[in-house]
Design a protein around this ligand. Structure first.
Ligand code: PLP
Length: 390
């Protein structure tokens, strides 16, 4: 298999590996424990919190897709964040995070900072001078990047941040949830760790909550594995099984998502009810040039700001039938969400203001339904939004 592309190797993970019955798809190992062949003679696996064959397969598949030395699978994306936090940060260590990162990420770092468990500095990563200044002033142990960011799709230049951080002996982590390894591989830009909420594109069917941490080196991978087991956040076998099943179609799903996102962006940029569209494919998006250089596609999360604020958002969401009003993203079905009252409600109003989250902001996760249905549905929603301020 080594001669094949990383995508083929990733999506064929474990195919034809069953020596027992010759099953094409690898069996699921639900057992919590494994017999020892004799006293002091464990097999490859002993207890499923530490290691489980089904979870290990998923970890290897995700690491293959990202080009990493190993992947640790956790019970949620936040489990992945917590594992990295425990593994790398202590009371005297500083982490620099984006001011507009995912609300749950912001919440855990803020809570740990307030408890004195680590030091957190929040900056705008689109401004490299702020990154340089913060790294020089705070000498961080870890620089945490989310690109594109949630929900405003701001872009961070990974190679530039890596150069700044590594010159100060800091590690860099990239949250690659929004693009998946099909569209972006941060390790290729020198990043040390990649994390995912596998809940999103990697599983892709909105039926598993999970996370992953992929390390550039085996040393970091061992450290992350040790902590995930120690704090008890490793993912379950059944979840891993389902996620492997989702992963096998990741590259085709991503292509379908992207085609639909292009149609949706075309509609939104042309409609009077829309004040601004945030999508890196747009030439006037501030991160367009970085996205074109750093990514293999522009992704299928699209944010827009409606004229008419929250009232317009209420009418828009109520009129939609093909976009379900729900949190999360990256599933086959299209979703609409209002970040300031939903995904980012964990942030204080002040933090939301700093991050630029307005009341009229809407985030779309463009699914893989036929594009013409999505465009017709959004047109109806935008017309309803426009009527709120006729
Ligand atoms: N990172 C990003 C960018 C996310 O969007 C999310 C969840 O929405 C997370 C991390 C947390 O993942 P989970 O919800 O799987 O715990």
């Amino acid at each position: 298999m080594n001669d094949f592309s990383r995508i083929t190797r990733g999506i064929r993970a474990g195919i034809e590996s069953d020596t027992g019955q010759g099953s094409v798809v690898p069996p699921i190992y639900l057992s919590t424990n494994y017999t020892f062949t004799g006293l002091g003679e464990p097999r490859d696996f002993d207890y499923s919190r530490s290691r489980n064959p089904t979870r290990a397969l998923l970890g290897e598949a995700v690491a293959t897709l990202e080009g990493g030395a190993g992947g640790v699978i956790t019970a949620s994306g936040m489990g992945a964040v917590s594992t990295v936090l425990h593994a790398l940060l202590g009371p005297s260590d500083t982490v620099i995070i984006p001011h507009d990162c995912y609300g749950g990420t912001w919440r855990i770092f803020d809570a740990y900072h307030r408890k004195g468990l680590c030091r957190v500095v929040t900056i705008d990563f689109t401004d490299l001078d702020q990154v340089r200044k913060a790294v020089a002033e705070h000498r961080p142990r870890l620089v945490w990047v989310e690109t594109p960011s949630n929900p405003l799709l701001r872009l961070t230049d990974l190679a530039e941040v890596v150069a700044i951080a590594h010159a100060a002996d800091a590690l860099v982590l990239a949250d690659n949830t929004f693009l998946s390894p099909i569209l972006q591989r941060p390790l290729e830009h020198g990043v040390d760790l990649v994390m995912h909420s596998t809940t999103k594109y990697i599983n892709g069917h909105s039926d598993v909550v999970g996370g992953a941490v992929i390390s550039a080196t085996s040393e970091l991978h061992e450290q992350i594995s040790w902590w995930a087991n120690t704090i008890g956040v490793t993912g379950g076998a059944f979840d891993s099984y389902l996620t492997i099943r989702g992963l096998r179609t990741l590259h085709t799903r991503i292509r379908a998502h992207e085609e639909n996102a292009a149609a949706v962006v075309g509609l939104l940029t042309d409609h009077d009810a829309v004040r601004v569209v945030h999508h890196p494919s747009l030439p006037d998006h501030p991160g367009h040039e970085i996205a074109a250089r750093q990514q293999d596609g522009f992704g299928s999360i699209v944010s827009l700001e409606l004229h008419g604020g929250r009232d317009a958002v209420t009418a828009f969401a109520a009129a939609l039938q093909c976009f379900s009003l729900a949190e999360s993203l990256g599933g086959t079905e299209s979703l609409v969400c209002h970040p300031s009252s939903m995904t980012h409600a964990a942030m204080t109003p002040e933090a939301q203001a700093v991050a630029g989250l307005s009341d009229g902001l809407v985030r779309l996760s463009v699914g893989i339904e036929p594009a013409e249905d999505l465009v017709a549905d959004l047109t109806a929603g935008l017309d309803a939004a426009a009527h709120t301020h006729d």
